[in-house]
Design a protein around this ligand. Structure first.
Ligand code: ZN
Length: 162
């Protein structure tokens, strides 16, 4: 992923309220290993249910805010993140809701999806056995993950125009 600045992130949200933007807690951008991530996702340390995803769509940075459901999945089963498709214990995947952009979102309409609780899918896909984390495999999985992220962004953004 190409590096991003705090200012770029703040200006790129499609579904955040003014309050959310004002209260948003940024991750440590200077510590990021940008070449080892396809997108940036982080949870807000000060607003524990809130999280953010930031993605370069060509030359345009697009970010959206998500809220973690308080409900957890049943323990002892395997769950899959809808972004990175990593199968993992159900306790590390959570339902997040994203408010639609625009008027529809202001009326409270949201979409829900299961994502790694940490929102750090680029990190998640780099863990695991060596045969699963070769450069070719990471390229393939990272590319598929970004396509799925773009579909979610389309969905969050497009709904505003209907
Ligand atoms: Zn994931």
């Amino acid at each position: 992923m190409r590096p991003v600045t705090e200012e770029q992130i703040r200006g790129s949200f499609i579904n955040a309220t003014a309050d959310e933007l004002e209260q948003m807690h940024m991750p440590g951008l200077h510590e990021m290993v940008w070449e080892e991530r396809e997108f940036l996702g982080w949870r807000d340390l000060r607003a524990p249910r809130r999280g953010y995803l930031t993605h370069w769509r060509g030359d345009e940075l697009v970010s959206f805010v998500v809220h973690a459901s308080q409900a957890t999945m049943r323990r002892g089963i395997v769950a899959m993140c809808s972004l990175c498709h990593s199968s993992q214990p159900s306790t590390t995947v959570r339902m997040f809701s994203a408010r639609f952009a625009g008027e529809r979102g202001r009326r409270g309409s949201t979409m829900g999806t299961y994502i790694c609780e940490s929102l750090s899918c680029p990190y998640v896909i780099r863990r695991g056995p060596a045969y699963f984390t070769t450069p070719e495999e990471l390229e393939r999985r990272g590319g598929a993950m970004l396509q799925r992220l773009e579909r979610i962004i389309d969905h969050v953004a497009d709904e505003a125009r209907r």
